[in-house]
Design a protein around this ligand. Structure first.
Ligand code: PLP
Length: 406
């Protein structure tokens, strides 16, 4: 089935506006996507009809909200084919999910001299939490290097895996270059050394079907707001065998069984990792986003976005002085580039004047930019509601940018 994008765009009222007197063209989807009506309506519905604190109330609204929240957990488990719904932990987003694992797993399993492997493609949120863990546990951070195309060098990864490795934490899709990493193969390689693997799926989940059982990853993290859902909510999937052994990340209400001043016992999964009142409304909004994606189907989203990506690359090639940064064989939905000799910030600012939203800078992946010896790039990132006409508008606008700097 091919998607009716014109119809689909009507579900995103925000797209129908002018910016600086021009029709908005939104190409900053890797930063955050817009939300369809069904997500916004789910939020208002919850606050108008169901709002209540969950899990502990005997009254009608509390039970209703608890049921909705726990149903959303099932919806997430189904989305990623998790074996058990108690392996789904709701967090504030990918960042918190990674911090949870780095902190809790780190305290329990990482000792002085141990090693943690990440990659040179990571977003800061899959670097800094591990640096903190390394500092606290006196462990070492090892980094899988990349080649000029922006692909991980698997031979180097193989060399890094050894008996001191305690964790591999890698991104599924690079937010700065769009590289899709061969995570299944990398997980297999780590498991041959009995090393667990965390996958940062923030940029994968909106674009492709993710099956945690097929991948056999130990942890998988993502954010609601990059997949048409609300901000401030996300998911950590963790295999039961690890989550059971890991200590709580935060203490407070909800995560306890019994509290005395002498001793506290902890609640079962998933509640052990959900201290305090959860973000019920946004969890339900995220569930609506999952339903939206499921309705469109990941295959159709991927087909449309692939077509857009090839179209954009082909069209942009007409510029003699465009340099694509990141040219991996397997990539999705992100075009990082430098235009003429113009600073990315200037290109971005003029595009904004022409109604086009792109991102400029290091995209929270400074080591990637350091590798290419660049201060940053211009990044156009795609979502399902983008069109070829919008790409034509970008190409035309870049023509204007070139004229202005000529
Ligand atoms: N990982 C990747 C690959 C990302 O692109 C991002 C956000 O841009 C994050 C992690 C952090 O996500 P959040 O800020 O939603 O926690």
């Amino acid at each position: 089935m091919s998607l009716n994008i014109e119809q689909l765009r009507k579900e995103f009222p925000i797209l129908n506006q002018t910016v600086n007197g021009r029709q908005l063209v939104y190409f900053d989807n890797a930063a955050t996507t817009h939300k369809p009506r069904s997500v916004v309506e789910r939020l208002t519905d919850y606050y108008y009809k169901e709002n209540s604190n969950i899990h502990r109330g005997a009254h009608y609204l509390s039970q209703k909200a608890t049921e909705a929240y726990e149903d959303a957990r099932k919806t997430v488990a189904t989305l990623i084919n998790a074996p058990h719904k108690h392996e789904i932990i709701f967090t504030r987003g990918t960042t918190e999910a990674i911090n949870l694992v780095a902190s809790s797993f780190g305290r329990k399993f990482i000792r002085p001299g141990d090693e943690i492997i990440i990659s040179a493609l990571e977003h800061h949120s899959n670097i800094v939490p591990w640096q903190i863990t390394c500092e606290q546990q006196q462990a070492k951070l090892k980094v899988i290097p990349i080649n000029e195309k922006g692909e991980l060098i698997l031979e180097e990864y193989k060399k890094l895996l050894n008996e001191r490795t305690r964790m591999v934490a890698i991104t599924h899709v690079s937010n700065s270059l769009g590289t899709v990493n061969p995570v299944k193969e990398m997980i297999e390689m780590a498991h041959q050394h009995d090393v667990p693997v965390l996958i940062d799926g923030a940029q994968a989940i909106p674009h492709m079907k993710v099956d945690v059982r097929e991948l056999d990853c130990d942890f998988y993290c993502f954010s609601g707001h990059k997949m048409y859902g609300p901000m401030g909510v996300g998911v950590l999937f963790g295999k039961e065998e690890w989550l059971e052994k890991m200590p709580p990340y935060q203490g407070g209400g909800e995560m306890i069984k019994e509290v005395t001043f002498e001793k506290t016992t902890y609640n079962e999964l998933p509640f052990k990792f959900e201290a305090g009142t959860p973000n019920v409304g946004d969890v339900l909004g995220m569930e609506a986003a999952i339903k939206f994606i499921s309705y469109l189907r990941h295959e159709n989203i991927a087909t449309h976005e692939k077509e857009l990506l090839s179209y954009a690359l082909e069209k942009l090639k007409q510029f003699e002085k465009i340099r694509f940064v990141g040219t991996a064989g397997n990539r999705t939905s992100v075009i990082s580039f430098l235009f003429e000799d113009i600073h990315p910030y200037d290109t971005g600012t003029i595009l904004d004047k022409l109604g086009i939203a792109v991102r400029t800078g290091h995209h929270c992946a400074q080591p990637v930019m350091d590798f290419f010896s660049l201060p940053g790039t211009v990044r156009a990132s795609l979502a399902v509601y983008n069109t070829k006409e919008e790409i034509d508008t970008l190409v035309e606008a870049l023509g204007r940018v070139r004229e202005m700097f000529a």
